[in-house]
Every structure is written in structure tokens, then in C-alpha cells.
Design a protein around this ligand. Structure first.
Ligand code: SAM
Ligand code: SF4
Length: 525
């Protein structure tokens, strides 16, 4: 059967889709690039903001039209939206045949098979959701290990990823933080940590299959903590285990000899996978980011000195209402500690504007934070009330949309100035760049060369000869600190040549979100 799978949302969803794809291909399904060619259409959805849900729903609507016109298709909604909406979605969108939450993706092939067989006789729909019991049964499901099997059964085929040199590895599922605006703890369930041996082994196999860069994924990645000897499968193997809760990071509770902390895990991967040239992780929770992690980063040259650690707001009152668990001063202490240990680190984050009750003074405090701290970039979101969260029940969405939009644009402009300062500080330096993209600026004249001599392609329109400038090519990549670097290339082939390799580049100029370099050096290391 031919399957089309489209992914919305975060890196977690991209990884989930990669695993689902691998699982379906190993069972004989054929993945196709266009929904028009598919017999099974799957949408892996995101619920974090309403806009993301609307995008997926419009796709579901289009498939509904095709099914009503008589096309035989199986439609599956996967991921956070399936979990959040639950069977309500089946009621409102009768064209949906399968609902499969993010914690149940290992069951997807069985659901497709059931629907396929049943479609011959009567209409049957497949549902696998963790439901509102997901948090209570987290221990049980961690022990059941179905999802762990999905991670472990990963296809190490480099062709399974858009960029074969780069891969994600999950270290933690779910979240225990309960920020008041966020659906993730409800859709992805309680924090569950994977056994360190499984993670290290997965990294080794990915590197053997050609990965140069691995990004470890977790919602609060630095909360990773695995206590050995407490969760084993029937066969005696270590199993994924429920996180210790936030208390483990407070009250000075020191890890024991039986614990693998996040710092230990980073050190193990760095030492045991020497072929891995870049190790990254997202997303860091600013509180509880231990000096032990900074020390491992300082001593391990192949761990990228890049932190995505969202501040969310620069106002203490808003942070408290968000239940973020830190103050602005504590966030700034964390940033100061980071740059003291790692002077060439880069910092990025997320900010929500227009959270309920956010006053002009609160917003100004956020602007001030963005001016003060060296954020290389911030993703800025307008607050979107999400059903099921604490904020939607407790705080009226009282910031008008036009004010949210104005604050969003104002902060984007300010962030642009901060980004420009951060990028300008790299001019004149040589940086290692992992090349991952090729860019063509159609019709742009080549810098310093005009007219036909500038590579113009002769064209003729209505008998009249025109000179259309050829595209200017750029090889594009990222530094360990995730700064984007572009280097001009003579041709498409020349721009493609460094793809997937790390090369030294001299930075000549900087823009707000881009370093411009010259001369791509030989392959490193
Ligand atoms: N776990 C990560 C963390 O805490 O930083 C982020 C996970 S969340 C999927 C990504 C970002 O979406 C958050 O950092 C937050 O800025 C934003 N976000 C989450 N819920 C939101 C909401 N209801 N409205 C607007 N933005 C939201
Ligand atoms: Fe959501 Fe907060 Fe958990 Fe991040 S830490 S996933 S924002 S609840």
C-alpha cells in the first residue's frame, strides 16, 4: 500500500515521523511524496498553538472532499492533536479513520491493518490514545516499552532522513513541567527517560550509518536522569523509566552512583562515540541547568556550545503566572554562569507575547531582557489559549489580538538588533561550518559583475532578446553555535560539493541572522 505522511510542528514530531516511516517501510508499505498518489494519508499533527491545528484541519477537510467524491482512502491523524481532541475529532470529522496519539505510535501499523481489512465489510475506525489516564499509567506504559521498541527498531538507513548527515535521538519523552499555557504534558504524557545504553547504542549506529551531527531531544532535556537497577524488562534488560519529578533537582538532592545524569550522558556519548563530530541537545530548561553540564561541555570539544533555553518572558509576574519556576534574575544568573564557563557559547530561546494579564510594563521588561542578553535569536509567539491547559481556565485571554501582533512585531525588530550585534561579533573569525543547504537567488545579478559577463543567460521573449541574470549560488551551513553561514559558489555543483561535511570558513561580513563567508576550506577535522 502507498502511504503519504506529512509532519507539522517540532523536532519531536519530525523524529516520530521518521520512526513511523521506518516501521511502515519495514512492513512493506511504500512511502510516496504526494497525497494524490497515496492510499493511506497520515498527518502527524501539532497542538502547541491553534494555528498549527488549523493547518492540519484544512488538510483533513480536503481529504474529506475527496472521500465524499468516492475516493477510497484511509485517513489517519497522528500526534498531539489526535491525543488532545480524542474521539471528538472522529465525531466532527467523519472522514478520519485512524487516531493515534504520540505515546501510541508503535500501534499504528496494527491500526492501519485493522481499518484496511474492515473497510471491505463495514466501516471501522482505529483509535489508540493514551487518554486522560496517560499520566497515571506512565509507569506501566514505560514498563510495557512499546514506544521504546519503536525507538529501538529505528531504521539506520541514511536515506530515511532528509539530511543523512544529521539525526535526532530522543532521550526523554513527555514533560513534567506544566507551564500553564502548554498542552505538551497532556498530549505527550509524563516524563519518561530512556536507558543510557540504548541512547549511546543508537548514536553509535547512526554514526556508523553516516551521521556527523546528532541532536538529543527532550522537552526539558537537562532533566534527564536515569537510576540504574530500578526498571528492568522481563528479560532483565534496562527499560525506560518515569522521571523523578522536579523535586529531584531542588533541595540539593545529589545523584547517587547508580544515577546517570544529563552531564554523565553527554560525557558518555562524547567518549564512546568518537566518530560523532557534533553533539547538540534541545530544549534546555533554564532552571536546574547544572554547572556539571557546563563543565562537560567545556571539556568536550565535539559538544556544541549552543543552548536553546527559552526565557518565555522578561517579567517576574508573567513568569509566575506561566508557572515557569524561575525569576528573571535567576534566568540572568544562568546566562552569566553559561558565558563564564563557555565564553564562545551562543544562546537562543522562545518568548510568548500577550500572555493573559501582560501589561505594557511587563512587555517592556521583556524588551529590556532582549536588549540586555546576547540572544542570537528568539522564536516569538503570540499567546494562543489551548483547551485543557491551566491558563485557559484560570486566566482570561485579555490582551487584544492587535496588541499581541504589535508586541510580536516590536519584539521581532528588537531581537533583530540584538541578533545583529551577536552576529557582528563573529566577523573576522574562522568558524567550522557543517554545510547543509544550497541556496539560489533567482535572477540576482552577481556581486561585482554586471550584464552578460556576470553569467547572464540569453533569453528571447516575443522575438526580443533579453538578458536574464543567472542565479547566484550559495553554500549554506551552521556553526557549532547554530549561526547560519553562507558562502558564495560559482555554480550549483560547487554549492553542493561541501554538503554534509564540516569545513573552515573565514567570516567576512554579518547580517542580523546570517554570517557571510568566503573560501571554503578543506574537510575538517
Ligand atoms: N519544552 C520546551 C520549553 O519549555 O522550552 C518547548 C516546547 S513548546 C512545544 C515550544 C514553544 O512553544 C514554547 O517554548 C513556547 O514558547 C511556545 N508555546 C507553547 N505553548 C504556547 C501557547 N499556548 N501559545 C503560544 N506559544 C506557546
Ligand atoms: Fe510545555 Fe513547559 Fe513542558 Fe516546555 S517545559 S513542554 S513549555 S510544559
Amino acid at each position: 500500500m502507498r502511504v503519504y505522511l506529512e509532519t507539522f510542528g517540532c523536532q519531536m514530531n519530525e523524529l516520530d515521523s521518521e520512526l513511523v516511516r521506518g516501521q511502515l517501510v519495514s512492513l512493506g508499505y511504500q512511502m510516496v511524496d504526494h497525497d494524490a498518489d497515496a492510499q493511506v494519508v497520515l498527518y502527524n499533527t501539532c497542538s502547541v498553538r491553534e494555528l498549527a491545528e488549523q493547518k492540519a484541519l484544512s488538510r483533513v477537510g480536503m481529504i474529506g472532499v475527496r472521500k465524499r467524491e468516492g475516493e477510497r482512502l484511509i485517513l489517519g491523524v497522528l500526534g498531539c492533536m489526535a491525543e488532545r481532541d480524542g474521539v471528538d475529532m472522529l465525531r466532527r470529522h467523519p472522514q478520519v479513520d485512524i487516531l493515534c496519539g504520540p505515546a501510541e505510535l508503535d500501534k499504528l501499523p496494527q491500526l492501519i491493518d485493522n481499518v484496511r481489512r474492515a473497510q471491505e465489510s463495514e466501516r471501522v475506525r482505529g483509535v489508540a490514545l493514551a487518554g486522560n489516564s496517560s499520566r497515571r499509567t506512565a509507569t506501566l506504559s514505560a514498563a510495557e516499552d512499546g514506544l521504546e521498541m519503536l525507538d529501538l527498531s529505528r531504521a539506520f538507513d541514511p536515506g530515511a532522513r532528509e539530511q543523512p548527515w544529521s539525526a535526532y535521538v530522543r532521550i526523554t519523552r513527555g514533560c513534567n513541567k506544566f507551564c500553564t499555557y502548554c498542552v505538551v504534558p497532556y498530549t505527550r504524557g509524563a516524563e519518561v527517560h530512556r536507558p543510557p545504553d540504548h541512547i549511546v547504542d543508537e548514536c553509535k549506529r547512526l554514526v556508523d550509518a553516516g551521521a556527523v551531527e546528532i541532536t538529543l531531544l527532550g522537552q526539558t532535556v537537562n532533566h534527564y536522569r536515569y537510576t540504574h537497577g530500578t526498571s528492568v524488562t522481563v528479560g532483565g534488560r534496562e527499560a525506560a523509566q518515569v522521571g523523578p519529578g522536579l523535586k529531584a533537582f531542588r533541595d540539593g538532592a545529589a545523584p547517587t552512583a547508580r544515577t546517570t545524569t544529563f552531564a554523565d550522558l553527554l560525557r558518555r556519548i562524547h567518549e564512546e562515540v568518537p566518530g560523532l563530530l557534533r553533539l547538540r541537545f534541545v530544549t534546555s530548561y533554564p532552571r536546574d541547568f547544572g554547572v556539571d553540564v557546563l563543565a562537560v561541555m567545556r571539556d568536550s570539544p565535539r559538544i556544541c556550545r549552543y543552548l536553546h533555553a527559552p526565557a518565555q518572558s522578561g517579567s517576574d509576574t508573567v513568569l509566575a503566572r506561566m508557572n515557569r519556576g524561575y525569576t528573571v534574575a535567576e534566568y540572568e544568573e544562568f546566562v552569566a554562569r553559561t558565558f563564564e564557563a563557555l565564553p564562545d557559547a551562543t544562546l537562543a530561546g522562545d518568548i510568548i507575547v500577550g500572555f493573559p494579564g501582560e501589561t505594557d510594563a511587563d512587555f517592556e521588561a521583556t524588551c529590556s531582557l532582549v536588549r540586555r542578553l546576547p540572544f542570537k535569536n528568539n522564536f516569538i509567539f503570540k499567546y494562543s489559549p489551548r483547551p485543557g491547559t491551566v491558563a485557559i481556565d484560570r486566566f482570561p485571554d485579555d490582551v487584544p489580538d492587535e496588541v499581541k501582533r504589535w508586541r510580536n512585531n516590536t519584539l521581532l525588530a528588537l531581537q533583530g538588533e540584538t541578533s545583529a550585534r551577536v552576529h557582528a561579533a563573529w566577523v573576522g573569525r574562522q568558524v567550522p561550518v557543517l554545510f547543509d543547504a544550497v541556496r539560489a537567488r533567482e535572477g540576482a545579478a552577481r556581486a561585482g559583475q554586471g550584464g552578460a559577463a556576470g553569467g547572464a543567460v540569453p533569453m528571447s521573449v516575443g522575438g526580443r532578446s533579453l538578458e536574464a541574470p543567472a542565479p547566484t549560488w550559495q553554500a549554506v551551513g551552521r556553526t557549532p553555535g547554530d549561526l547560519i553561514v553562507a558562502v558564495p559558489a560559482e555554480s550549483e555543483a560547487a554549492a553542493r560539493a561541501p554538503l554534509g561535511s564540516i569545513r573552515r570558513v573565514q567570516v567576512d561580513r554579518a547580517q542580523a541572522l546570517l554570517l557571510l563567508g568566503s573560501q571554503i576550506g578543506p574537510v575538517l577535522p
